[in-house]
Design a protein. Sequence first.
Length: 109
Amino acid sequence: MLYLLLTWLGVAPKLTVSLLYPLGALAGFLGNRKLTFSYRGSLFDSGLRYALAHTMGYALNLALLAVFADRLGYPHQWVQAVAVFVVAGFLFVAFKCFVFRHATTEARS
């Protein structure tokens, strides 16, 4: 909803994503770490992997906007609505397999 509000107020779509994305990522770290994945490993290591995963998610989000809104002319609101689900799916897999993998998985690597 903040995305729609800011773009309605005239803020460019990619700038809006650039402003809101880090806020959402920061807010989600501790919740994902403890509640979603029950991770008890290193806060620093998981934080670095989390930042890397979100950097890739952010790049994916911007790429979707650039291709589908800027190049192909689809309305940015619809592109962003779909991008939310695409990026969320990517991040869930990245968190499960890379960021918050359990100690037994880490020992095998």
